[in-house]
Design a binder for this molecule. Structure first.
Ligand code: 0GY
Length: 307
């Protein structure tokens, strides 16, 4: 058994989250969350850039029930590298209520892909955030994308807004549905109508295969969780960005808690308040149902989607 020491300064996830006031629509999906280990059972990857606190499938599913979600999409986190065992174990113990996004290398075999598919994996994640991963050549990623396209999987991409120009040609050649993590991490201290966010909107406008998660205000916010003028204002600076993406691309947006919130050092969000935040970015019952139920069901459980 290996003992893993958590990265210094990294906060533990928030135990005892509040009960959200927003009652999630029936069938809501938490479309971005992780499991970490437990390290004694599923060792963290030698090449990891951080060591998390353990966050098990049991704890994830207890949070799902507490918040009122019906299902989860468990995204492979970088601390587990391309060893997808902990994520797959979570899917296999979900009673069909979790689907997954894996990290794979070029060496992955068709048998391994088939095994992951049968367990509920429906996508691969390509990560370009330099503090999280080492560089992988784009030809290797393109080869992986071409292979997983045969299973009907999609590609999840994670990058910083300043890197979009350099990655544009690669992203726009991907042969699958492409899901952007956290709106491409905009710098929300810059104007929403400035060139950086305009490029992201152009990316989504010109490429109808591109979807976006409108999650992680706690990562993007400069003003933070403080309710400056009452609770309505948590992560206020992120709201206009997320709301615009939800309203412009309402049939291609997803939302997730990002539990257990890797790599946060300043504050750890209360997941109940994060759920309440949804009502500020998806402001009508119709938009909320598309964001939380219809879109993730169509992408991850197409067999359940009505149209
Ligand atoms: C996220 C964000 C982060 C980390 C990871 O896989 C990961 O390590 O995704 C981050 O540090 O920004 O989406 O969970």
């Amino acid at each position: 058994m290996t003992d893993f020491i958590k990265t210094p300064g990294w906060l533990d996830w928030y135990a005892g989250p509040s009960q959200p006031r927003f009652k999630l629509p029936a069938g809501s999906v938490d479309a971005h969350c992780h499991v970490f280990g437990p390290g004694a059972e599923f060792a963290y990857a030698p090449e990891r850039k951080y060591t998390p606190c353990d966050a098990s499938k049991h704890q994830l599913y207890a949070l799902r029930d507490h918040l009122g979600f019906d299902k989860n999409v468990v995204v492979q986190a970088t601390c587990h590298g391309a060893d997808n065992k902990a994520m797959i174990d979570a899917l296999l113990h979900s009673g069909g209520k979790a689907r997954g996004v894996a990290t794979v290398r070029r060496s992955v075999t068709d048998e391994e892909i088939q095994y992951m598919h049968d367990a509920g994996v429906r996508g691969v994640r390509f990560n370009f955030v330099k503090r999280l991963v080492d560089f992988t050549p784009k030809d290797e990623l393109m080869e992986i994308a071409a292979r997983i396209a045969h299973w009907g999987w999609h590609v999840v991409i994670y990058f910083e807004a300043v890197d979009l120009p350099e990655l544009w040609d690669f992203f726009t050649k991907l042969p699958t549905t492409v899901v952007v993590d956290h709106m491409g991490r905009p710098d929300v201290s810059k104007p929403i109508d400035g060139p950086e966010f305009a490029l992201f909107e152009r990316f989504m406008t010109e490429h109808e295969n591109v979807w976006s998660k409108v999650s992680c205000p706690e990562r993007l916010s400069v003003t933070g969780p403080k309710a400056l003028n009452g609770e309505q204002n948590a992560y206020q600076d992120v709201i206009p960005f997320a709301r615009r993406i939800v309203e412009r691309f309402s049939n291609r947006v997803l939302w997730g808690t990002d539990w257990p919130h890797p790599n946060l050092k300043d504050h750890m969000p209360d997941d109940g308040l994060l759920v309440d935040y949804i009502t500020h970015i998806a402001t009508t019952p119709e938009l909320q149902k598309m964001l939380l139920v219809d879109n993730p069901t169509r992408l991850y459980w197409p067999e359940l989607a009505k149209n």
